[in-house]
Unconditional design. Structure first.
Length: 497
């Protein structure tokens, strides 16, 4: 029986891990998780689409190896767009997994991470958190009642949450009086490995009915055997989320996104193409990596020494090298204000900048000369717009030979980053203005000016090519605020679904 073999091997594996890395060697270094898994996967109401916990797994006992050609970071780039949480299968012998995958995943996603494994010892919970996991799986079938209760307590002490997994009514009866917030219903019988897709349908209704009597608010996840939109549609409304692994991992990388669209039954109206996002005024590596991890398409580095977000070449080089290594598709933008052409060219070559943003009073002739020196580097020309002005007239003599226009709000005090926004009450006029600009000048537009999580929905309605954000996600000038960044990107995805 495969389950018996897995558990026997797991006991040996855990004992070996304890010897190689004793708990007292790392327990003091563990920090609590503040990633709210339950909230992420809970549907607000039945009209909201079901949430997906997307799994990264390399193999399974029944299917063998199937993910050798897919890099974790490439898979996560897709998962970040559609999933509400990520599951990482870490069992070594039977699933070819690794705890290192969690550590690496933490670099590329801000989504809650589940350590999917056979947890039989509290050591594994501390171990999971030390590698960056936010959630663990507790399988009722392989645990005693007192172990479930104990492991729930350990996880809670670390700020972690648990999926308590059941396969039968009997297993539900064992755990229904415990302090459980998330229940996973496995359609696969772990003894026979047979999948019964109706299992989650039947059990979820029973669970919700019983726990409603106790006024317990639980989130229900359906697991195993779900591979089509018909499978998803067949689930009752009480199911909040599905955990899907093999159906993604057996596909070629370029087909995974199509699978999400199929499973979520998305259309163009459901999931609009989001404008690209530029996070500007980056001054340190940590902020740059967080922005990249959350899904930024561009980061902006300001080389105007009068700006409080000015960055020197040493720090800029460190950031650019790190991004090139970990996020090669992310574009790095150098922001300059009335700088000499030779200085701009020097920084582009030194740092490997992908775009140059001119945010001062640069003339058409200046842009043409710069173009001759940087034939392969895209140029953004910023235009500071006064509310109520004729947008076409404002930019008519300033566009030059730039590839993109960036529209920012005018301020007498600074060149950008002021936090001053457009008059969103004139949304229709603004939208028409942007459309007129694109039509008149055939230029794609970056929209800037005081954009933050509270007004991002308004900015998205204008459908610019890209949205540029700086002060709206800061705790102080030059320092990005993690919570504000996370909230911003959450609102972007919510308003594009």
């Amino acid at each position: 029986m495969i389950l018996h073999q897995i558990i026997e091997n797991k006991r040996k594996e855990v004992e070996e891990s304890k010897k190689l890395r004793p708990l007292d060697s790392f327990i003091d270094k563990i920090t609590k998780s503040d990633n709210d898994f339950k909230n992420n996967i809970k549907r607000k109401d039945t009209s909201e689409k079901i949430k997906i916990i997307a799994e990264y797994k390399r193999a399974s006992p029944s299917s063998g190896n199937f993910a050798e050609q897919k890099e974790l970071k490439d898979v996560l780039k897709i998962y970040n767009k559609y999933a509400s949480a990520v599951s990482i299968l870490t069992d070594k012998k039977f699933f070819n997994g690794s705890l290192e995958d969690i550590k690496k995943a933490r670099e590329y996603t801000s989504l809650p991470i589940l350590r999917k494994d056979f947890i039989i010892d509290e050591y594994q919970i501390y171990e999971a958190r030390s590698y960056g996991a936010d959630v663990i799986l507790l399988i009722v079938k392989i645990l005693k009642d007192d172990e479930i209760k104990k492991f729930l307590g350990v996880a809670k002490s670390l700020g972690m949450q648990c999926i308590v997994e059941i396969n039968s009514r009997e297993e539900f009866e064992r755990m229904k009086d415990l302090d459980v917030e998330v229940i996973g219903i496995n359609n696969r019988n772990l003894d026979t490995l047979i999948v019964d897709k109706d299992n989650a349908n039947r059990l979820s209704k029973i669970i919700k009915n019983e726990l409603n009597k106790k006024n317990k608010d639980v989130v229900i996840i359906a697991e195993s055997g779900l591979s089509s939109k018909e499978d998803i549609k067949a689930l009752p409304d009480v199911v909040d989320a599905v955990l899907i692994g093999s159906s993604f991992m057996k596909l070629e990388l370029d087909k995974i996104e199509d699978k999400f669209i199929e499973l979520l039954n998305l259309s163009e109206n459901d999931y609009k193409i989001k404008p690209k996002i530029k996070i500007c005024g980056i001054t340190n590596k940590e902020d740059a990596l967080l922005a990249a991890k959350l899904g930024a398409d561009f980061i902006g580095l300001i080389f105007y020494d009068k700006s409080k977000r000015f960055i020197d070449d040493t720090k800029a080089k460190e950031i650019c090298d790190e991004l090139k290594s970990k996020f090669p598709d992310l574009k790095k933008v150098g922001v300059f204000v009335d700088e000499k052409i030779e200085k701009i060219v020097e920084k582009v070559h030194l740092l490997g900048l992908d775009l140059v943003q001119l945010h001062g009073n640069e003339s058409n002739n200046f842009i043409i000369k710069l173009r001759k020196n940087l034939a392969k580097t895209k140029i953004i020309k910023a235009i500071r717009v006064r509310n109520g002005t004729d947008l076409i007239g404002e930019i008519k003599n300033k566009i030059g030979n730039a590839d993109y226009l960036l529209l920012d709000t005018f301020s007498n005090d600074a060149y950008g980053g002021t936090g001053k926004s457009f008059d969103w009450n004139k949304l229709i006029d603004l939208k028409k203005g942007l459309e007129d600009i694109e039509k008149s000048f055939s230029k794609k537009i970056f929209l800037s000016g005081g954009i933050n999580s509270s007004n991002i929905a308004k900015a998205l309605e204008l459908s610019p090519f890209a949205i540029d954000i700086s002060s709206g996600v800061e705790s102080s000038q030059g320092k990005k605020d993690e919570k504000k960044l996370i909230e911003l990107f959450a609102n972007i995805y919510i308003n594009n679904k």
